[in-house]
Design a protein around this ligand. Structure first.
Ligand code: MV4
Length: 450
């Protein structure tokens, strides 16, 4: 079904709200930006065609308040709602509420969001589609006895994962049998309080891995993949640096990962932008399905820089019922792109958040440099939301050129008034092993921050 989209409610904030507004401007779509008292002076409000205050600063009273957002959408007579990432972007009930009110939700169907949000169900769907999954339980385990039995079968270490979790939340690594019971009880208690659901599944824990994810676009009939992003540079499950292509993948492995991602998407008739996350064991060359994210991701510009495809505009076109209009052979990855997330956090104080007024801001520029940010001089970084200030994405013909450009961009960057992670990135990019492409998900906490 195809319905023209002439007006969109931007149901998010910060840099991704600016990104969505830019895509809409290029498509000739009118934008309505929601904001809270804390975001009243934001760049997104300044750039949007219209704006509406949806409440107080606290997210639960605003950006997480589905009825407020739908009410704002109906008042402004928008055709569609773009959820961005985080907040309600993967809340199936929000997608349903939009659709029940005649609004297009720019994302997959509520059913697909729900199924992929249940990590044990997602694992089952992946396995049924023929996607490699780690040894472990078929779905959720009934109790600690079943968890122990699965762990005995697959061998320690194992990782307990909350079905309602994801992104590293509600996980527990268990190194030996006598720790399992306590770990299981803690993990289920934590999951119950964090997600209201203590369902748990068990996987063989792979210790030295890379986090490799595949970007996809589906229109409900066809699905395409846009290559991988290596997101292994993380700290406490927060991605810091992402790049494409991965230094660890051969052409053959890239094709196998892409094909595996498409298998799952075809199985569920995937529609919109999405990302399939894998863990890649470099020693064995094996990769395994981890989870599927049913939203546009923070790091999407890395893929845009190497493929030339605007993923946000594609999402909006698909939501309007347009076909993909591309074939897999049309998609080429050219050169190398790397993204550094500049957060208002202090690396010298355990990355603690540092909100406050940005007294000066000078973005880098020049060949191959892209800055996605909502900052401007005088902007006050609020304490209520995530600490992302800007994403610097650099492209080069080679990884070395992309790294050199990123170092130049980080040196040009000026943000004063709040402490940021820019210095951390400059240090990381000067590390020999990182420059050689030799890293994994424990690189930061093991060799770098200790
Ligand atoms: C794993 C794993 C190793 N073995 N699963 C992290 C977040 C979510 N996407 C799944 N994650 C992982 N799942 C198995 N079977 C390693 C990760 C992982 C990770 C785990 C704990 C702490 C930091 C991590 C960073 C990246 C990936």
């Amino acid at each position: 079904m195809s319905k023209p989209i002439r007006k969109i409610l931007v149901a998010n904030r910060g840099e991704i709200a600016v990104r969505i507004i830019r895509a809409c401007k290029e498509l000739g779509i009118t934008t309505v930006q929601v904001y809270t008292e804390a975001d009243a002076g934001s760049l997104a409000v300044q750039l949007a065609d219209q704006s509406i205050c949806i409440g107080q600063a606290r997210s639960t009273e605003s950006y997480l308040n589905a009825p407020f957002l739908v009410q704002a959408a109906l008042m402004h007579k928008v055709d569609a709602v773009h959820p961005g990432y985080g907040f309600l972007s993967e809340r199936a009930s929000f997608a349903e509420l939009c659709e029940h009110n005649g609004l297009i939700f720019i994302g997959p169907s509520a059913e697909v969001i729900r199924n992929m949000g249940d990590k044990a169900m997602a694992r089952k769907l992946a396995r049924a589609a023929g996607v490699p999954t780690t040894p472990g339980s078929e779905g959720n385990v009934a109790d600690v006895e079943e968890a122990a039995s699965v762990a005995d079968t697959i061998g320690y270490p194992v990782i307990l994962k909350a079905s309602a979790g994801g992104g590293g939340r509600g996980m527990r690594v268990v190194w030996q049998a006598n720790e399992l019971r306590d770990a299981y009880n803690e993990a289920t208690r934590e999951a119950k309080s964090a997600f209201g659901d203590d369902a748990m599944y068990v996987e063989k824990y792979l210790t030295r891995i890379r986090h490799i994810e595949i970007q996809v676009l589906g229109d409900g009939v066809d699905v395409l993949h846009f290559g991988e992003r290596d997101c292994s540079i993380q700290r406490r499950n927060q991605k810091l640096v992402e790049e494409s292509p991965s230094p660890a993948l051969t052409t053959e492995l890239r094709a196998r990962l892409g094909e595996a991602a498409l298998l799952l998407c075809r199985q569920v008739g995937y529609r919109s932008a999405g990302t399939i996350e894998f863990i890649f064991d470099e020693q064995s060359g094996q990769f395994y399905f981890m989870e599927m994210n049913t939203r546009i991701q923070v790091e999407h510009p890395v893929t845009e820089m190497v493929t030339g495809v605007d993923l946000v505009k594609s999402q909006i076109r698909i939501a309007a019922g347009e076909p993909l209009g591309l074939l897999q052979q049309d998609i080429r990855m050219h050169g190398h792109a790397i993204e550094c997330r500049i957060n208002a956090e202090d690396p010298d104080r355990d990355f603690m958040p540092c909100p406050g007024r940005v007294t000066s801001f000078q973005a880098p520029g020049g060949p191959g440099v892209r800055v996605d940010s909502h900052l401007f001089p005088g902007y006050v970084v609020p304490p209520y939301y995530d600490s992302l200030l800007a994403k610097i994405i650099c492209w080069g013909q080679t990884r070395e050129e992309a790294l050199m450009r990123m170092q130049r961009a980080l040196e040009e960057l000026v943000i004063e008034g709040v402490r940021t992670t820019a210095g951390f990135h400059r240090k990381l990019l000067s590390h020999e092993q990182f420059r050689l492409g030799n890293f994994h998900t424990r690189y930061v906490q093991e060799g770098f921050l200790s």
